[in-house]
Design a protein around this ligand. Structure first.
Ligand code: PLP
Length: 485
């Protein structure tokens, strides 16, 4: 089935399309084509969707049909659009590009690009010794068929021990090993959310979380996080649970991606109680829980307040260890873990045994690895903040107390335009709207501090240069209010 984007939807996504950098020098059709390419490149406009007919888009944007025709023609020429007479036009990935891990598009030859679209660290030095030790362990498993839908027992025990050490007593049978946290989320949604079911998420939130919900055709409602240090507005959050009683809520209480916020203990407690009354299941994504910075003390895990099996916790090794390991997990009641295993068998059977053994060895030296990660991230965060203060002093940044990302408030609604301009000077950015629904959040930009300091400083210098150009080209335009049909 081909999905279709309507003229009004595309107009909303395009927002200030006429305010691209260098815009005054390019004709309208080229600016429109560039804006559509930008939406495709950052994943807001999916691949294989049918674009509105030329006349419909022209009406929605209040421009001439000739301009839309010329823009579509240019998109066909660059390989972004395929058209068939009478059937319409579909978005396509040009042969010169690939979809990068972040979901953003990348040219095939982009080795010199500073990629700030991905919020993850390179592998720690302990990975290779752990892989060697795992290979030594492998013979113990070779006598069986190797399928362990809930994971190998050694890893389930190690993960359960991690929760117990955090003050949340956990048995191995409450753990299911998955191929990453994203897989964990997808599995839980398959089991817990009927197609079209209601889900509450934070705004902004993790884009691939939104993608997993969209795949279930969820009816998504949002709770807006404040840009200040607190983040969640407890009253509003609990109020929306009470009123809309969604089937589930997907939340990231520890060093939230992208804002870095940490939810306080008292709100966690009230959240769990209110969710129970509302009949809402909570999916708590703990991807960043191992990465508090500045001696920040962690509140108890959200599941510690759960007396009615309302909380399903997901987590994994991608952020503190390495994303390439593809190890994540779900913590739930033992019966729910069995039901998840039954769903999982129909998807991918089980996770690779060798990778799970590597994970066991890494967790055994976990405290050393994680301590080094936290030192590295603290230093990189501070370098990034200093570079921003020097080069882009109008931007406002709340210092995150953990995690791997800054959520910068910009000096204008220019995030998408800035991301497009930055691409031309070798910096890939994930613009604010990618973390929300409906093209809002143009005033924000997520900046991860996972790259080495020199690259962060270089990236900020390049961003500052294009930010300045953008203003010269478009200052008077992006301040104009636009009417969107
Ligand atoms: C909040 C959140 N959840 C899940 C994931 C996916 O993690 P994994 O690599 O374990 O699938 C990420 C990765 O960026 C994330 O930020």
């Amino acid at each position: 089935m081909t999905s279709q984007v309507r003229g009004s939807q595309l107009a909303r996504l395009l927002g200030q399309w006429h305010a691209l950098p260098g815009r005054r020098r390019s004709p309208d059709y080229a600016a429109l084509a560039a804006a559509v390419r930008g939406l495709l490149a950052d994943g807001r406009l999916p691949l294989g969707v049918r674009l509105p007919a030329e006349r419909e888009l022209a009406e929605a944007l209040q421009i001439s049909r000739t301009t839309v025709s010329a823009a579509y023609r240019q998109l066909r020429e660059t390989g972004h659009l395929a058209s068939r007479r009478g059937a319409g036009s579909w978005t396509m990935l040009p042969g010169t590009h690939r979809v990068a891990t972040s979901g953003l598009w990348a040219p095939l030859d982009d080795r010199d690009m500073i990629d700030l679209g991905i919020a993850a660290l390179a592998a720690p030095p302990e990975l290779v010794p752990a892989a060697r030790a795992a290979a030594e362990d492998l013979p113990r498993y070779l006598g069986g068929a190797g399928y362990h839908p809930t994971g190998i027992i050694e890893l389930r025990e190690a993960v359960a021990q991690g929760y117990t050490d955090r003050g949340l007593p956990t048995q191995a049978e409450q753990i299911m090993v998955t191929s990453g946290t994203q897989h964990a989320l997808d599995l839980v949604l398959r089991l817990m959310l009927p197609p079209g079911g209601g889900a509450l998420v934070e705004s902004p939130t993790y884009p691939n979380g939104l993608a997993a919900l969209a795949a279930r055709r969820a009816r998504i409602a949002t709770h807006g996080l404040a840009a200040d240090e607190v983040g969640w507005d407890g009253e509003l959050l609990l109020g929306s649970l009470r009123q809309s009683r969604p089937k589930l809520a997907y939340l990231i209480p520890e060093f939230h991606n992208p804002t870095g916020h940490l939810m306080a203990a008292d709100l966690r407690e009230k959240l769990v109680a209110t969710a129970h009354t509302a009949g809402t299941d909570l999916i708590i994504d703990e991807s960043f829980v191992d990465l508090p910075l500045d001696r920040t003390v962690l509140p108890p895990p959200t599941a510690a307040f759960d007396r009615h099996a309302r909380v399903i916790t997901i987590g994994g090794m991608s952020k503190p260890y390495w994303g390439g390991l593809r190890i994540g997990w779900i913590r739930a009641s033992a019966p729910l873990v069995q039901r998840l295993a039954a769903v999982r068998v129909g998807m991918d059977m089980s996770s690779p045994v060798l990778d799970q053994l590597v994970a066991v060895h890494l967790l055994a030296v976990g405290p050393t690895i994680v301590a080094a990660r936290r030192r590295q991230l603290t230093a990189q965060r501070d370098v990034l903040i200093e570079a921003l203060a020097e080069q882009l002093p109008e931007w406002r940044v709340t210092v995150p107390r953990g995690g791997v990302t800054l959520w910068a408030e910009l000096d204008g609604p220019v995030s998408s335009a800035l991301a497009r301009a930055a691409e031309d000077v070798g910096v890939r950015l994930a613009p604010g709207p990618r973390f929300g629904l409906d093209g809002t959040l143009e005033r924000f930009l997520r900046l991860p501090f996972t790259l080495p300091p020199a690259e962060l400083v270089e990236a900020v210098g390049r961003i500052a240069a294009v930010r300045y150009d953008l203003d010269r080209a478009t200052a008077s335009r992006w301040r104009d209010p636009v009417v969107i049909a």
